[in-house]
Write a protein that binds this ligand. Structure first.
Ligand code: ACO
Length: 325
């Protein structure tokens, strides 16, 4: 079995910045409430670019940083909860946009844990030798599925994308962990797709095709599984938390991250945080944060980094990686 290394990163966010103050002209809220409850100051909102447009821009940047041509990619996996369409997948659209004509393409749906699931899927395919060079992207235009009248949700989310290029190598991904629970808490975070309404049935479903969330329940779930996922990915690896240089958490709420840092007695400086600028970009948040770290020159060869996410489904997971570039 080969190992898998990350050889390039990229990201893209829409240009339009929406501040908390601007949101307070749309729903009854305030900069003070949003920033103290979540740590978010502003977010990017698409003025028409779709999920595939954001994903393609992040992907091209990741390819450039990996010094690979799009034609070298044989697998594209896109994590998204806000695809362009049911059919085709966003990955197939991105294939055309970037000219990755030799790739197999599909999407993965695991809400805010989507990127962890997509990354792990690509890792397994590369380890078996089935594919050589994979492009994994998290991309969201969540503004399409926001209820802009609901202050409980619309202040939290933003649009953006992040990408990674992976290839077989000697070292890199040390351990991956994924978990799901569709039994308890499926309704904590919800957004219906098309309703079942055909001429052969009567349907009176109250369909909510915008995101709804039970914030307090998600908060309790998030702090629990984020802490356990960090511990899980260290188990059986001969690494302890002291060996970890950075943790790249799903960027949902600064209070969730602070809570986990306190619970596991981890220095807050180990957590990379950029949710103040982008809000919660769901499947895009981890690769967007990682690319920002890479551009800032924070990552050094040999660093050990944990990616950790949680989201609707419920889903959660983590990846422990040795940085090799
Ligand atoms: N502005 C002003 N007031 C608000 C706002 C707002 N934007 N939103 C809610 N409120 C009000 C509520 O109506 C409530 O008022 P009430 O007491 O009169 O009923 C009050 O503020 C307090 O609301 P709480 O829900 O108690 O606030 P809390 O401190 O729990 O913070 C929050 C809410 C930020 C949503 C928090 O629970 C949280 O972060 N939860 C996790 C959310 C999360 O991480 N979601 C992403 C999951 S990942 C994925 O898969 C998408």
């Amino acid at each position: 079995m080969k190992n898998v290394e990350i050889i390039g990163t990229g990201s893209y966010v829409p240009q339009r910045i929406v501040t908390n103050d601007e949101l307070s002209t749309i729903v009854e809220t305030s900069d003070e409430w949003i920033s103290t409850r979540t740590g978010i100051s502003e977010r990017r909102i698409s003025l028409g670019e779709n999920t595939s447009d954001l994903a393609a821009k992040a992907a091209l940047e990741a390819l450039k940083s990996a010094k690979l041509d799009a034609k070298d990619i044989d697998l594209i996996i896109i994590a998204t909860t806000s695809p362009d369409s049911y059919v085709p997948s966003t990955a197939c659209i991105v294939q055309e946009l970037i000219g990755a004509t030799n790739a197999v393409c599909f999407d993965v749906s695991a809400a805010c844990t989507g990127f962890i699931f997509a990354l792990n899927t690509a890792v397994q395919y590369i380890k078996t030798g089935e594919y050589k060079n994979a492009l994994v992207v998290g991309a969201e235009v969540l503004s399409k599925i926001m209820d802009w009248k609901d202050r409980n949700t619309c202040v939290l989310f933003g649009d953006g994308s992040g990408a990674m290029v992976l290839r077989a190598g000697e070292e890199g991904i040390i351990k991956t962990y994924m978990a799901s629970d569709g039994v308890k808490g499926r309704e904590f975070l919800h957004c219906f797709a098309a309703q079942n309404k055909n001429p052969f049935m009567y349907n009176s479903l109250d369909v909510k095709d915008k995101i709804t969330m039970s914030g307090k329940d998600v908060f309790k779930f998030a702090v629990k599984v984020m802490a356990s996922s960090i511990e899980k990915v260290l188990e059986t690896t001969q690494n302890s938390i002291e060996d970890i240089d950075y943790i790249v958490p799903h960027q949902a709420n600064i209070r969730i991250i602070e809570f986990v840092a306190k619970k596991l007695k981890i220095d807050m400086n180990k957590f990379f945080v950029n949710l103040n600028k982008y809000g919660n970009t769901s499947g895009a948040s981890i690769p967007l944060a990682l690319d920002e770290m890479n551009k800032q020159g924070l990552l050094k060869k040999g660093n050990k980094v944990i990616f950790v996410g949680f989201g609707g489904g419920l889903t959660w997971g983590s990846v422990l990686v040795k940085w090799t570039i």
